[in-house]
Design a protein around this ligand. Structure first.
Ligand SMILES: NC(=O)c1ccc[n+]([C@@H]2O[C@H](COP(=O)([O-])OP(=O)(O)OC[C@H]3O[C@@H](n4cnc5c(N)ncnc54)[C@H](O)[C@@H]3O)[C@@H](O)[C@H]2O)c1
Length: 320
């Protein structure tokens, strides 16, 4: 199966990045958006993320020959770091500019957007009813060949498969934020996903410079968040119960495991508002005096002060 035309449904933070990554790797990309208002919000995101991708490519020149370069280069943008040179980076930049200008279309008419699509990646807000409505609307418009994927972080494909009209051609393809650097693609089917479709999605992920990570069964939180969320919760529990402070907890983790960052440094990257939302979803958040309740209060204090992490210039650490 070959993938030429990619349709991305939803032009938010992740949808924009996915579309750009597909265009970067030479695919024809159509963003399907629901309204003129959405176009007004998506176009500046396409501009901003394409500029960030080009900046990171150019910055990578300074990493050539540096021993830590292999850890820091934008892995989604440079497939083969070992053979990279400044000239090759210039060629990649020129090709990227051409692809961003020529391979991206925005379409409001769903039927037109889906025409001849090889793969559709749904990356809309985490609103189950909105996703169901869009799958229902797409069902009779999708060409026979089209594979349909969801980028949902918190919901399982089996929840939606019945609404797609093509459960055997439906699975999750889950990306991480800043996909041109953090190029993971978790591929997770539901029990009715055809194994050839699953393998085709794995191949597609590789084609767009992601590292495909296969899940053999459905798992809420996929592989990454199944590990990361409990790890970050445990660290926040030590802080909320005044066992230690974020600096010491991070230092312990870094020294004892050799990891480059501790949990509070990771939380600053994730953003404290996201950490707060995840915390407040737990039933114990409402139980006065519980660890989860204490974590919620401490995070809320920091959020109210504008200390939401790296993007705000301050979180647990100062980035100014
Ligand atoms: N942000 C992340 O770090 C991240 C990482 C991995 C996966 N995801 C997943 O990606 C998906 C999108 O997340 P995001 O962060 O890009 O969200 P976002 O809020 O930035 O964007 C959501 C997009 O969905 C569109 N949308 C909402 N309701 C719609 C509807 N009824 N019809 C058509 N379009 C609609 C919005 O217009 C917007 O373009 C979610 O499923 C999320 O779980 C997010």
């Amino acid at each position: 199966m070959s993938f030429n035309k990619v349709v991305v449904a939803g032009g938010g933070v992740l949808g924009t990045q996915i579309g750009l990554m597909c265009a970067y790797t030479g695919h024809d990309v159509t963003f399907w958006l629901r309204s003129e208002g959405s176009i007004g919000r998506t176009e500046p995101k396409i501009k901003r993320y394409s500029e960030l991708m080009l900046e990171d490519l150019l910055k990578a020149k300074a990493l050539i020959g540096n021993p830590v370069g292999a850890m820091l280069y934008p892995r989604g943008l440079i497939r083969d770091w070992k053979s990279i040179s400044a000239e090759k980076i210039d060629e990649l930049v020129a090709q990227a500019k051409e692809n961003f200008a020529g391979k991206i279309t925005i379409e409001l008419d769903m039927a037109k957007a889906l025409e001849d699509a090889d793969i559709v990646i749904e990356s809309m807000s985490e609103d189950p009813q909105a996703k169901i409505d869009v799958y229902n609307a797409m069902k009779d418009l999708l060409p026979e060949k089209t594979i349909l994927c969801t980028n949902s972080s918190t919901m399982l494909p089996s929840t939606f498969a019945q609404y797609t009209g093509r459960p055997e051609k439906y699975c999750a393809l889950h990306f991480a934020n800043t996909i041109w650097k953090n190029n993971t693609a978790e591929v997770m089917g539901h029990p009715g996903t055809n194994s050839e479709v699953f393998d085709a999605v794995v191949a597609f992920a590789d084609e767009i410079n992601m590292v495909p990570l296969k899940l053999f069964k459905e798992q809420p939180g996929y592989i990454l968040n199944s590990m990361l969320v409990p790890f970050l919760s445990a660290a926040q529990g030590l802080w909320a119960n005044e066992v230690s402070d974020p600096e010491t907890i991070d230092l312990t983790w870094r020294l004892a495991t050799g990891a480059p960052a501790g949990p509070f440094q990771i939380l600053d990257i994730v953003g404290l508002d996201t950490a707060y939302n995840i915390n407040q979803m737990k039933p114990e958040a409402a139980v006065e005096g519980s660890t989860v309740n204490k974590i919620g209060k401490l995070l809320k204090d920091k959020i109210d002060k504008g200390e939401t992490g790296v993007n705000a210039g301050k979180g647990f650490y100062n980035y100014k």
